[in-house]
Design a protein around this ligand. Structure first.
Ligand code: NAP
Length: 351
């Protein structure tokens, strides 16, 4: 298709300035397990071919990444699985990798959870996952790549009883040894309160959008105070997301003048200020990249000179409550606003 990639012109770039994975900062989860504080995102959207993302995964492992954020809906788990097989064959121990996958929204049915997890394991060529997340709290199917105006005819709101039926099956995956941890994603405080109340195995993490223009301070604090760990997606503000996922109100943390001036002071790209800020603040960051230089720089960013306290304080003031991943396709009624998905006012939006 004429698409050239950093990897498509020949073999993997070798002998990069690899980082000792043992020196990459980790966070300790409630179970005592350690998760690398930076992982590689693997959502190529409709822009980056699956093979290129898979090559990036392999390259990332060469330079010291050990944490990979996958999902069945990204459509590339089979290609990434081939990379994991190579990574393990090259001598990386399975116990040194942290691999996350996610249950997609049309697989919330009790009979679907085990089969879906087994499919991800087969595609990824693994015996177990370190972390399995319910990707969204809404069981609504929409095809990958659809427009934000697309609606599922049988879309449903969050129904706690149904979510817990799915969660029970997630707990069973832990019991069966197929996954080591389970967690939530795209949740709100009122929803999490109910899950924490009713879960036999509490969520280990909540994956959520987090970047300097969308800091979610209340939810961030709630997650930590309740024994979970925040994993922040879109840490750079997702500059490569497709046009259909942009609105005129969206802002870009990498174009923020304060971030730019901090970047200049450190002699680094603004994206790296975002990555540093994320990990220094205490969330796990999962930046996506297939650019070898960006991948290495993102990893080095969390191992090099930290931001000064004044810089952290200045970034804390940049929050604009600017959610980029709004989730419009999950709306279940006409004339609803996407904000309804996020329980404004701290109460679950009624059906
Ligand atoms: N749980 C969920 O619902 C959910 C939702 C969204 C995303 N996610 C996960 O989070 C991951 C990250 O989110 P995202 O991909 O939307 O956004 P992101 O990581 O904020 O941004 C990725 C973009 O930043 C560029 N980039 C990366 N490092 C850079 C650097 N050092 N300098 C300049 N540009 C750089 C990348 O381009 P290059 O390739 O050119 O470097 C890519 O276009 C996803 O891949 C996925 O795994 C989860």
């Amino acid at each position: 298709m004429g698409h050239t990639t950093p990897f498509s012109r020949g073999p993997l770039p070798v002998s990069p300035a690899a980082v000792d994975p043992a020196l990459v900062p980790c966070r300790t989860l409630n179970s005592g397990a350690k998760i690398p504080a930076i992982g590689l995102g693997t959502f190529g959207s409709d822009r980056v071919p699956h093979r290129e993302v898979a090559e990036a995964v392999r390259y990332a492992a060469c330079i010291g990444y050990r944490h990979f954020d996958c999902a069945s809906v990204y459509g590339n788990e089979a290609e990434i699985g081939a990379s994991f097989e190579r990574i393990l064959a090259d001598g990386v121990r399975r116990e040194d990798l942290w691999i996350t996958s996610k249950l997609w929204n049309d697989k919330h049915g009790e009979e679907d959870v085990l089969a879906s997890c087994e499919q991800s394991l087969a595609d990824l060529r693994l015996d177990y996952l370190d972390l399995y997340l319910i990707h969204w709290p809404f069981p609504n199917f929409h095809p990958p790549g659809c427009d934000v105006s697309s609606r599922s005819p049988d879309a449903k709101p969050y129904i706690h009883g149904n979510y817990m039926r799915t969660w029970r099956k997630m707990e069973e995956l832990v019991d069966r040894g197929l996954v080591r941890h389970i967690g939530t994603s795209n949740m709100t405080i009122p929803k999490l309160k109910l899950v924490l109340r009713d879960a036999r195995i509490k969520p280990a993490v909540n994956e959520m959008e987090l970047h300097p223009h969308f800091q979610q301070p209340e939810l961030f604090r709630f997650v930590l105070d309740n024994g979970m760990h925040p994993i922040g997606y879109c840490p750079i503000g997702s500059p490569g997301r497709p046009e259909r996922d942009r609105t005129p109100q969206d802002t870009s943390p990498t174009e923020d003048s304060v971030i730019a001036s901090i970047a200049r002071r450190h002699g680094i790209h603004p994206a790296l200020v975002c990555v540093k800020w994320a990990v220094q603040r205490g969330q796990v960051a999962i930046p996506f990249s297939t650019n070898p230089r960006h991948m290495l720089n993102n990893l080095l960013a969390v191992m090099s000179e930290p931001l000064a306290q004044e810089e952290m304080d200045a970034i804390a003031k940049l929050d604009r409550n600017c959610r980029l991943v709004k989730g419009q396709v999950f709306l279940w009624k006409d004339n609803q606003s996407w904000e309804d998905l996020w329980d404004p006012g701290g109460k679950i939006t009624p059906p």
